[in-house]
Structures are given as C-alpha cells and as structure tokens.
Ligand binder design. Structure first.
Ligand SMILES: *[C@@H]1O[C@H](CO)[C@@H](O)[C@H](O)[C@H]1NC(C)=O
Ligand SMILES: *[C@@H]1O[C@H](CO)[C@@H](O)[C@H](O)[C@H]1NC(C)=O
Ligand SMILES: *[C@@H]1O[C@H](CO)[C@@H](O)[C@H](O)[C@H]1NC(C)=O
Ligand SMILES: *[C@@H]1O[C@H](CO)[C@@H](O)[C@H](O)[C@H]1NC(C)=O
Ligand SMILES: *[C@@H]1O[C@H](CO)[C@@H](O)[C@H](O)[C@H]1NC(C)=O
Ligand SMILES: *[C@@H]1O[C@H](CO)[C@@H](O)[C@H](O)[C@H]1NC(C)=O
Ligand SMILES: *[C@@H]1O[C@H](CO)[C@@H](O)[C@H](O)[C@H]1NC(C)=O
Ligand SMILES: *[C@@H]1O[C@H](CO)[C@@H](O)[C@H](O)[C@H]1NC(C)=O
Ligand SMILES: *[C@@H]1O[C@H](CO)[C@@H](O)[C@H](O)[C@H]1NC(C)=O
Length: 568
C-alpha cells in the first residue's frame, strides 16, 4: 500500500521544514560530499556531469537541507578541450571524488570516451583538479592527467604521506577495485594493484577509502547503476589489504523493495561538526517499475550510525530523512542559486549566463550573446548546423546551439519568449526536454517550406521526439503558426508521466493552447543523465543564420513528489 506525499515547495525561499530527499534533485548523480570545518562548517558536494558543460557542479550547504550551487569545477573549455571527443550518451565526466586536505580541495575524476578497445587506457582520461577557494570565479585548476586503466578514481591520504588512489577496473574485462600510489602534483603513479573484487555484483565501482578506529574501510558500489545497485564494504588493518568483506553486505540498497527511491548506491560518507556520520548516494525516483524517471539519478542523504570498531549502518533511503539534528542555516555565500530556486531571468545588459545553465559539450561562444545591440534583455542564439540529435545521435563534431537548466521538480512550469521567424527551409528554434542526443523532445518553430521565399507562409510549431519505443518514433505534431514574431513556448510537467507543451502569441491572442502530452518512458527516461530544459536553434543539417532572440526565461517548481511505503 502506498501513499503520496506531495509537498508544495516554497521555492522562492530556503527550506525550513523536515529535511527531505533528494537533497540535490535532478541530474546530480554519483555524489561525493565532504564536511569542511575550516570553511565555516560547510558541506560541499560534487556531481557527475557527463557531457554537460560547464561540468562538475559544486553545491554547498550548512544544514544539509539548503544547497546552493557555488560553481562548476569545469568552467573553462581549455581545462578539458577533449570533452568534445566524448561520443555517446553515457560518456563524458564520470564520478568526481571530492576531498579536502591540508587547506586545499581536490577532485579526481574520469573523462570517459566512447568504447575504445576495452584494454585501451585511452578510453579513460583520469584527471586531478584542485582549488584553495571553491567560491572563487573559475576556482578550479587546469587538470593534471594521470594514467589509470579504469574510472571512478578516488584519493586517500595515508598518515605516512603517501597518497593512495582507489579506482574501478573496467567491468567488461575483470571487474574489481584497483589501487595505486599517486603524486597529485605530477600525475606520476605506481602500477595498479587489485585490492578487492567486491561481493560478486556487477561492476564494482565508486570506491572510497575511510580510516576509522585502526581499520581502512573500502566502501564501493556494485550491481550496476540500475535496480540492483547497492553499496558494499570491506576493511583491512593495512591500506593495501587484504580486505575482509562486511559480514552483512550490502550495507545500503533499495533493490527488491517497493520504494519509490530505487537504484540506491554509489555512496560517500562524511561527518558533521557534532561527529554524526552521514551517507549520500544516488537514487532514481522511479519505483520498481523503473519506467518514468526523467530527472535521472539524483543525490539522496541518509543517516549513518558507525560505532567504534564496527561497520557503518545506513538508514534505508526514503523521502524523509530520519534523525536530523542539524539546525537550519540557509547558506548565504556563493553566487549560484539554491538547487530548487525558481528562475526569473531577463538577460539584462552586461549579465552573463547563470551558473546553473549548461550546454551539451563545449559551446561555440559566438552562438550566444546577451542583450546584443537593438535587442536588449534577450539572449541571442545563432543556429548551429546540427540539431540536438546531431548527425548520428552520438557524436557532435560541431557544437550544438543549446543552453538549459536541470529539471529539479516532479512537476514544474518552464517557459520563455522567443522572437524568431525562420527564413530558410529547416531553420528551427525552440525549447527542448533534453536528456541525451538520442533522447529528447523538441518543441520548435520551424520553416517547413522547400524554398526560402515560402518560409513566411510555411512556418509551423512542431513537436518532435527521438523516441525509440518498439512502435518507432512518434509522428511529429504540427500546428500552424500565424505570425511568427514573439511566441511564448511552455513546457509543463503536469504529473509524473507526462509533459505538456503549449504556446501563446504575444501581442495577439494570449490564449495558451495545450498541444501535446507525451509519455516519458523511452523519450527522456534512460541512461545516466537527467532532463535539461532549454532553448536551441539549428539549421537541421543545413548552414543557417537566422538568429532567435530568447527573453523572459522562467522556471518554477510546482510539486516535489515522494512516494513511500505506508508504515501503517
Ligand atoms: C589491446 O589494445 C591494443 C591497442 O591499444 C591492441 O593493439 C591490442 O590488440 C589489444 N589487445 C587485446 C587482447 O585486445
Ligand atoms: C578476484 O577475481 C580474479 C578473477 O577476475 C581472481 O583471479 C582472484 O583470485 C579474485 N580475488 C579474490 C580475492 O577472490
Ligand atoms: C535482489 O533479488 C535478486 C533476486 O532474488 C538477488 O539476486 C539480489 O541479490 C537481490 N539484491 C539485493 C541487493 O538484495
Ligand atoms: C532496510 O530495509 C531492509 C528491507 O529491505 C531491512 O531488512 C533492513 O533492516 C532495513 N534497514 C534499516 C537500517 O532499517
Ligand atoms: C541517526 O539515527 C540514529 C538512530 O535513529 C540516531 O540515534 C542518531 O541521532 C541519528 N543521527 C543523526 C545525525 O541524526
Ligand atoms: C516540398 O517538396 C516535396 C517534394 O519535393 C513535396 O512533397 C512537398 O509537398 C513540398 N513541401 C512544401 C511545403 O512545399
Ligand atoms: C498524466 O496526465 C496525462 C495527460 O493528462 C494522463 O494521460 C496520464 O494518465 C496522467 N498520469 C498520471 C500518472 O496521472
Ligand atoms: C537532425 O538533423 C539531421 C540532419 O543533420 C536530420 O536528419 C534529423 O532528422 C534531425 N533530427 C532531429 C530529431 O532533430
Ligand atoms: C556549411 O558551411 C561550411 C563552411 O562554409 C561548409 O564547409 C559546409 O559544406 C556547409 N555545409 C552544408 C551542409 O551546407
């Protein structure tokens, strides 16, 4: 038996009630979090960003409830130009490990290219980023690259000064956790040594090492990042092993339960100022049906009890976080928004794109201009040759003109005004629910004429999906558009399974016309990422030049839905 806890959020202000999951809703997978007393008792978390750029969002909180984006560890294209070479929907930046040591913040992470020969270290570009002030603009260093045949690398500072890195060996070859010693300044390391095979689950990965009461605890994820996901642990008196598994693994999982929160795993552990232990993990709000989960893998928090000499005991993950003892302290520092804050963006002169906006791979900077001459308070998009699918739904040899923000509420309203009149066949601009190049729903203004001369008469609104359901792609929905000047385009998640797309013409009839509702299963519930809502402009494979002017950008959460087992 289930009940629905639908909490209407006061999205404009900080959250003051009981802490609830997810703490970082939306596309924020593979959390790695730390508590840093030297920085005013603040918690910091890093998330995987795959092909999104800027990448590796860093959130901060002082109460574990209100989380503010303070920056992106990858904020400059020249830090990692090869992000453009990451092809496929599941490539790019995987699993940053965030750590603080001796006055400095470190991230170890992996830039993953699409499948290379599986013994080829060139598939994995492991990197080290660092900063002494995570609040600074462009805070994080250029990377130091190091060789590790695998991914999910995570550092541990031994008392003797040696830095040990734990990471995952590719699961297709020989799934296990490897260890090496690494010089974080030079990237010079020792050969990889296997230290644990895990308990037999698929893909042992996401390892983190913790020293407690004389034991080195190796805590890892297994089972793959789907319904069988779980967290397991082993420990040893020596950093190099042998590692003895916990007597009752897994320590954390929602596999084989009916919880709305599924795929729980890829955890990290930290202590607060009072010495309480906490765990974070990724989870998918999908229920065991695992069909509709457009926000993908989100970050959840759970209480951990870790007695002296024993194993960490995680509370099971659910919507309400039990046993919080932290006073509410909404964080003030940092330039980004609280993760669930609404958008009300006017693109005023001299402003820049907000910190929480993201592109897919490294953008062409000339495609975006804020308040260009004669078009104050707009974001001008110049169309890319490629649409959001690209040539082959996989690679993007040229950047796509697209910028968006993560969907972070079960139900929301997102709309923008677009001043746009295409002047050549196939020119298109609009809004999209974008998951990956092969999973997106586009709602655009497009010229369907065969000649430029007839665009004025043949410009329509079109909803097009990349749906790969058994029945094939959905037919396009096409609505004639009378005078394509400024049009308000809106995407609304009405409930847990459907988006509604509607439009209104400004200056003419202000009626909003609902045009379509789409099931989510194959469209935007897939893979490793989560939905991004944004604007695009493209020539659909043709060189195009007509600009689109985007203004009055709004996003507002309507409901955050948690469904839990009824304890009564
Ligand atoms: C390993 O990869 C190299 C190229 O990096 C290739 O030449 C070699 O054949 C591969 N070996 C196996 C066993 O696949
Ligand atoms: C780990 O698995 C490998 C095979 O992949 C095996 O050779 C090795 O003995 C295993 N190690 C342990 C400790 O079970
Ligand atoms: C879930 O159930 C399956 C089938 O019984 C089992 O193989 C798996 O180990 C279970 N997973 C967990 C985490 O309990
Ligand atoms: C978590 O749920 C499982 C059942 O899925 C149960 O066996 C276990 O005791 C629960 N753990 C805690 C700490 O409540
Ligand atoms: C975690 O839960 C335990 C048992 O319910 C409780 O004693 C402890 O205070 C909780 N920890 C925190 C940080 O709330
Ligand atoms: C474009 O040309 C194709 C055939 O070349 C024709 O079937 C179609 O009707 C034309 N479309 C328009 C809008 O003129
Ligand atoms: C969501 O709304 C759509 C369209 O109104 C409807 O067909 C669908 O059944 C609804 N789903 C749920 C879970 O309420
Ligand atoms: C994207 O553009 C290509 C041409 O580059 C075209 O073949 C394809 O139909 C377009 N698809 C979508 C979904 O945008
Ligand atoms: C687009 O323009 C570039 C550079 O001018 C040219 O190389 C390319 O062939 C053009 N592509 C198409 C599809 O017209």
């Amino acid at each position: 038996m289930y009940f629905v806890l639908a909490i209407v959020l006061l999205t404009a202000g900080p959250i003051v009630g009981r802490p609830q999951n997810p703490i970082l809703p939306g596309f924020h997978p593979d959390p790695s979090c730390i508590f840093v007393s030297e920085w005013d008792d603040t918690f910091f978390c890093a998330s995987s960003s795959f092909n999104a750029f800027p990448g590796i969002p860093i959130h901060a909180s002082q109460d574990l409830q209100n989380w503010k984006l303070i920056g992106n560890a990858l904020s400059r294209p020249q830090q990692l130009p090869r992000l453009t070479d990451a092809v496929g929907g599941t490539s790019g930046i995987w699993a940053p490990a965030l750590r603080y040591h001796n006055g400095e913040f470190f991230i170890l992470t992996t830039l993953v290219f699409d499948k290379m020969p599986i013994n080829d270290t060139a598939r994995w570009d492991n990197i080290i980023l660092r900063t002494k002030d995570p609040y600074a603009k462009d805070a994080w260093s250029d990377p130091v690259h190091f060789i590790f045949d695998g991914y999910d690398t995570s550092p541990f500072w031994h008392e003797d000064g040696t830095i040990y890195v734990q990471g995952s060996h590719p699961w297709e070859v020989s799934p296990h956790i490897d260890q090496m010693q690494l010089d974080l300044d030079t990237g010079k390391g020792t050969p990889q040594v296997p230290i644990w095979n895990g308990t037999g689950g698929l893909a042992p990965e996401g390892p983190h090492m913790h020293l407690k009461d004389g034991y080195y605890y190796l805590v890892i994820a297994e089972g793959g990042t789907g319904l069988n996901h779980m967290e397991t642990a082993a420990r040893s008196k020596q950093i190099t092993g042998p590692f003895i598994p916990a007597p009752h693994n897994p320590l954390l999982s929602n596999a084989n339960t009916s919880s709305y929160f599924q795929t729980v795993g890829h955890a990290d552990l930290f202590q607060d100022s009072q010495g309480n232990w906490w765990g974070v993990a990724l989870s998918t709000r999908s229920g065991p049906e695992y069909i509709s989960y457009p926000m993908g893998r989100e970050t959840v928090l759970t209480n951990v009890t870790w007695d002296k000499g024993g194993w960490p005991v995680f509370e099971n993950v659910s919507g309400i976080i039990s046993g919080s003892t932290l006073p509410v302290r909404p964080l003030i520092r940092g330039n980004g928004p609280l993760v669930t804050a609404p958008d009300s963006i006017e693109f005023t002169p001299k402003s820049t794109l907000p910190l929480h906006f993201a592109h897919w791979r490294i953008p062409d900077p000339t495609a975006y201009a804020i308040s260009p001459l004669g078009h104050q308070n707009t974001l001008r998009l110049l169309p890319s040759l490629l649409n959001l699918t690209g040539f082959d739904a996989n690679s993007a040899p040229t950047p796509q003109t697209f910028v968006g923000r993560r969907q972070v509420h079960s139900e929301f309203v997102y709309n923008v005004d677009i001043e746009y009149a295409p002047t050549a066949p196939e020119e298109e601009a609009g809004v999209s629910v974008f998951l990956t190049q092969n999973h997106h729903i586009d709602f655009g203004i497009v010229c369907l004429a065969n000649t430029s001369a007839s665009c004025a008469d043949s410009t329509v609104l079109r909803i097009r999906t990349t749906s790969t359901t058994a029945t094939g792609p959905r037919p396009d929905t096409i609505v004639p558009l009378a005078h394509p000047r400024t049009t308000r385009l809106e995407i609304r998640a009405e409930n847990l399974t459907h988006y509604t797309f509607s439009y209104a013409q400004i200056g003419g009839s202000a009626t909003r016309v609902a045009t379509a509702g789409y099931g989510l299963s194959a469209d935007v519930s897939w893979g490793f990422t989560g939905a991004i809502l944004g604007v695009y402009a493209t020539g659909n494979g043709q060189n195009a030049s007509t600009p689109a002017y985007v203004s009055r950008w709004r996003y507002e959460g309507v409901r955050q839905v948690i469904i839990d087992e009824d304890s009564g």
